[in-house]
Design a protein around this ligand. Sequence first.
Ligand code: UDP
Ligand code: MN
Length: 415
Amino acid sequence: MVTSPTLRPLQKPRRCQLGLEAQHCYCHGAIWGRMRVPPASPRPAPRPGCPHPPGKDFNYSSSEFVDGFLKYGFNTVLSKSLGSEREVPDTRNKKCFQKHYPANLPTASVVVCFHNEEFSALFRTMFSVVNLTPRHFLEEIILVDDMSDSDDLKEKLDHHLEVFRGKIKLIRNKKREGLIRSRMIGASRASGDVLVFLDSHCEVNKVWLEPLLHAIAKDPKMVVCPLIDVIDSVTLEYWPSPVVRGAFNWHLQFKWDNVFSYEMDGPEGPTLPIRSPAMAGGIFAINRHYFREIGQYDKGMNLWGAENLELSLRIWMCGGQLFVLPCSRVGHISKQRFPNQPEFAEAMTYNSLRLAHVWLDEYKEQFFLRRPGLKSVAYGNISERVELRKRLGCKSFQWYLDNVFPELEASEGGR
Ligand code: UDP
Ligand code: MN
């Protein structure tokens, strides 16, 4: 039985298990606290269409469950039984319901990269986008297959994609590129005004896209993230996340951080954009031309990891802004990662080094203070990225600390 797989800290730094912090789950028509409500409280009966945790009879020791969990990092037995479409709870603050968006907004190309993704989770991602996005805002969905070798992602995928005919572009990489270069490949084929990146195991929520498009329409240098709700890796329940901002520590590990009360306590409540020092990674929207203008991603980075912090620093230091929009909600399966994937930790280290050498100025010593073993580790050629920083006339990391994320400098011990 796989109950609580252990994570190597370095392998899962980008996205916190927000579910652990989420206060409530209201999948079942009522709200109950994970920690607050005494265990004796009766659970309301599941509503039709609402996911429910596997019952006592769920077989956690079946080889199907264990194999799926080890391969994909979540409960694939349950995922298959949920199928391609389901309704998830509307987790927005009620004040979001009063917000209205112009009928005329930029169009979006939704870019989804995948490597050996579980089939039904991939399809729920696509169906939720198609079902919950007004047609005229959705230019296309661009799927980038990063050299998957699972059989069901070959002809079977082509066949099933027919239902989305006209809205889908499928690109198959000829070699494994990793998610960073795959996103750039997807972006290069996009024609919408705005790029929206999603992981291949997401479910978008009601009115998820309009707040993102509206913010970018007002300011093309504004990069925006939805609030990432948690889809539990075992129960696949959809949990609302508290309003948080993205941050990181001196190890260059991403973490979620509390939001200042003045950003949420005004008459509009927790509906206004939250200034965010960093983005979690896979899920954000950016003007397509602006993405190119500020240098897309560092294509010298490998596989996965640290690209989110690199882009976040670049946005802030080079004249853009990064916000979380609490009225836009996207659920994401918080996959478990296992220590049998050392290549992810390796890539994360390599990518973090590239980030540190290009963007941290004298503060890279703070990083090496915490990780002295990395001081002499190779990180490839960064001259193009250093050149980009000069060309864009970007500000110093000291400026970023003073103006965007002063809490980082104050933090001792790199917690
Ligand atoms: N991915 C990819 N190529 C890779 C690694 C990941 O296309 O080499 C995809 C993956 O299938 C997923 C997205 O990139 O859709 C983000 O990866 P993952 O969900 O593993 O990252 P996490 O959410 O754990 O940060
Ligand atoms: Mn993911």
